[in-house]
Design a protein. Structure first.
Lengths: 256, 537
């Protein structure tokens, strides 16, 4: 592990035999619409799980259930060994970067991180500083978040999700709005936290990112998991091509 | 459900208060609010100190009944003010945490709730500290009873705390009902309008006359609410207090705090984590063809669809047209008379017509550029001219506005037995103002466009600029003034001016017609030209 990050092995107190994420018959309905349909999913500790699917497939609903922000209609889910019904227990173990980074415009970047780290009881200011430097945010750390560009907010949101060294990191479109350099930094960081045994649940439309980083890929379509396996396994099973994009297009068109 | 962690609660409250302070300090509106608020609070505090001194001095001489009435009045006033403030802030703003996805995946929701409540209590104290201190000093100095000062402070803080928790719970209940009710989701504009009307009517009736206020106060002194006042009266030896009532009040107040806190926790969990019902916006043939029926073949297609879009947005997101409600405040005094005396005041037809005219302009045209929000780049690059766009917005307000204004003026005028010539003049003035209003508003809106979003009732919306609204009302008032003044003089005192009433009415109305035509033409051309030539920053 790169000590510059200050990130140590995150899952050291999680039983390595326990999956980081496990769902059984997970279902979510909004009125008559089924967003997630009987989802059975297992994500091993320390792995990067690429969660793919077209818009409206149920990815965000699944992430919101796993991060305890909404309750499932049926089924069960455990994250870091904790049932999602026990919100307090789950949030201690997770970090979350939603599509819109949850930041306060009135705070400076440094204050924002110190706030979140303080709430987590993780007041390691050296680590905060090293993360700010790593993401090229150190020079702007004393500026109000409201003045940040979309990319800077995205990076700050990622640092905020990482600052307490979570066991499971949920990322919803983490490279959205980033320039190529920043996107590369984010991709490198995901790889490095995964190497530090943090489980990464990565939802994105940018398939090369998943292809590069994911140990396992799941494709959700109309709330159902229609394909799951390593990128190599999935691409090997497709006649028409060898990229994840081909797999994605094929499995999502098969189920239309 | 767990009790909140003290350290995390304090940290959240500190950051919330810092955010409030910074957002006030760094905007012109915020600085104005701070300065104006400080001035008002200081002036009120001086008055409160004086009243406290006089009241404290009189406490030994007046009857116990009068002391009870005054004490209950203060308690109810404090409770009512706290309750109303917190209730509307809970529904609009603090009922849900900002950046909720981040905060709720960082700490337990109980900590978040406690932090938000602690921050709101801090804000309440920041506003109430000076008036409370003034009251305490005044009462203590006037009565010569230091213990009375202590009782005033302790009871006031307790009442503030109770008001905060109870109102927050009620606010969360309203949010929960709104989020879960399919009916409200489908008819939010209608439900909001009816609720506002009921609230305004109740308010007007309750505060219409001092008789009603005194009657309410007397009823309160006979209710358990007055027992809270007994807590203060315990410190006054010359008044025979009721220790039992004071004890019950103290027990109930103190006991209600944890109960209200638990209710807040229970409700917050349901509001923050529950799924709001999805409003059903299925294709509605009547809705989609409204503009077809009214405008197809009469105006350009682009103009028609702009009007249609404006109506749809107003129906589905009524907050976007909230400025249209503001002119209704012109009617408050006359509506009070109408409700209390059951007679239509003679000037109500004109006032109601002019308020409708002002609303017609304020609804859709007060922020042509900013109101487009994220669609603005598309609008500016679409095949729609500035004239077509501004005309579409103006028609959206003009068509319902002109119809409603006519109905109100004629209906109320007949009910008030307004002489026919005066009624005709009032109607002409109103219609002229209504026809001019949207174009004047459009010009004011492009002079002072507003692009920043505000949070209203937890929803981010772009509302028009206050400066645009001020400019619009100023110009519209100038346009309507000659006709309106002539009508008012003809009704209230024709002998005040040395001109025969028919000539007075004809002169006033003609001037308004000329001004309206000029203002409308200038407003239209200016707004259309600005819209066509506008370039994104």
């Amino acid at each position: 592990m790169d000590k510059h990050f200050g990130l140590t092995t995150a899952s050291q107190n999680v039983n390595s035999l326990t999956p980081a994420i496990r769902t059984d018959g997970l279902r979510k309905r909004y009125g008559d619409a089924v967003a997630v349909a009987d989802l059975d999913l297992t994500v091993e500790s320390g792995s990067v799980f690429g969660f793919l699917g077209p818009n409206g497939a149920g990815k965000t609903s699944t992430i919101r259930i796993l991060t305890t922000l909404t309750e499932p209609t049926a089924g069960t889910a455990r994250v870091a060994g904790q049932p999602v019904s026990d919100r307090g227990a789950v949030v201690e173990h997770i970090g979350f970067l939603p599509e819109e980074p949850p930041l306060y415009d009135e705070l400076t970047g440094r204050e924002q991180l110190e706030y979140i780290a303080g709430l987590r009881g993780h007041e390691d200011w050296d680590q905060v500083e090293s993360l700010l430097s790593r993401f090229d945010l150190a020079e702007d750390a004393d500026r109000r978040v409201g003045t940040y560009s979309k990319g800077m907010k995205q990076k700050l949101g990622l640092v905020q999700a990482l600052v307490h060294e979570p066991e499971v990191l949920f990322l919803d479109e983490p490279t959205s709005g980033l320039d190529p350099r920043a996107a590369r930094t984010v991709r490198d960081t995901i790889g490095e936290v995964a190497a530090a045994d943090t489980t990464v649940f990565l939802s994105t439309h940018i398939l090369p990112v998943v292809e590069e980083l994911a140990d396992t890929v799941g494709v959700l379509y109309d709330g159902e998991l229609v394909a799951e396996g390593s990128p190599a396994e999935l691409t090997a099973g497709v006649e028409t091509g060898s990229t994840l994009e081909d797999v994605f297009l094929e499995v999502t068109s098969e189920h239309r | 459900m767990n009790w909140p962690d003290r350290s995390r609660t304090a940290r959240i409250a500190r950051v919330e208060l810092r955010r409030t302070w910074r957002s006030l300090r760094t905007s012109n509106r915020g600085r104005l609010l701070l300065a104006g608020g400080a001035l008002v609070v200081a002036l009120y505090s001086l008055g409160i100190a004086g009243a406290g001194y006089v009241g404290g001095g009189a406490i030994h001489t007046v009857t116990p009944g009068t002391v009870r009435l005054a004490t209950t009045g203060v308690v109810i006033g404090l409770l009512g003010l706290t309750g109303f403030t917190v209730l509307q802030r809970t529904v609009n703003q603090i009922g849900e945490p900002d950046a909720a996805d981040g905060l709720l995946t960082t700490v337990r929701y109980e900590d978040v709730l406690a932090g938000l409540l602690a921050a709101e209590f801090g804000r309440l104290l920041a506003v109430a500290a000076l008036p409370l201190a003034a009251l305490t000093v005044g009462v203590t100095a006037g009565s010569g009873l230091p213990l009375l000062g202590v009782a005033v402070v302790a009871t006031s803080v307790l009442v503030l705390l109770f008001g905060l928790l109870a109102s927050y719970a009620v606010g969360l209940t309203i949010k929960l009902v709104v989020a879960r009710s399919v009916f409200i989701a489908r008819h939010r504009a209608t439900v909001g309008g009816v609720a506002s009307l009921v609230l305004v009517t109740v308010w007007l009736l309750a505060w219409g006359t001092s008789d009603i206020q005194v009657a309410l106060l007397r009823a309160a002194t006979r209710s358990p609410l007055s027992w809270i006042g007994e807590l203060i009266l315990l410190a006054v030896p010359s008044v025979e207090s009721e220790p039992l009532a004071a004890g019950v009040a103290a027990t109930v107040l103190l006991g209600s705090l944890p109960v209200a806190a638990v209710a807040c926790l229970w409700l917050a969990e349901r509001v923050w984590y529950g799924d709001a019902v999805q409003p059903d916006h299925e294709f509605d043939a009547a809705e989609r063809t409204l503009s077809d029926r009214l405008l197809a073949g009469r105006v350009a297609t682009a103009t028609r669809v702009v009007a249609q879009k404006s109506w749809l947005r107003a129906k589905r997101a009524p907050l976007t047209v909230q400025f249209a409600v503001a002119p209704a405040f012109l009617l408050v005094v006359q509506l009070q008379t109408f409700l209390l005396e059951r007679t239509v005041p003679p000037t109500l037809p004109l006032t109601a017509g002019l308020a409708t005219a002002a609303a017609a302009g304020a609804a859709f045209t007060l922020n042509p550029l900013g109101g487009e929000e994220r669609v603005l780049p598309l609008t500016l690059t679409a095949d729609v001219s500035g004239k077509q766009f501004i005309t579409g917005l103006a028609l959206a307000g003009l068509l319902p506005g002109a119809g409603l204004a006519t109905l109100l003026v004629v209906g109320l005028g007949l009910a008030a037995d307004t002489p026919l010539p005066v009624l005709a003049a009032a109607l002409t003035t109103t219609v002229a103002a209504t026809l001019a209003a949207p174009w004047v508003a459009a010009a004011a809106g492009v002079i002072f466009p507003k692009f920043e979003q505000s949070t209203v009732r937890g929803t981010s919306v772009t509302v028009p600029s206050g400066f645009a609204f001020g400019l619009y009302l100023t110009v519209l008032s100038a346009v309507a003034a000659p006709g309106a003044v002539a009508v008012a003089v003809a009704i209230l005192g024709p002998s005040l001016v040395p001109v025969a009433t028919p000539w007075l009415l004809a002169g006033g109305v003609t001037t308004t017609l000329l001004l309206a035509a000029t203002a409308a033409a200038m407003g239209y051309l200016y707004a259309a030209n600005r819209m066509s030539s506008y370039r994104l920053a």
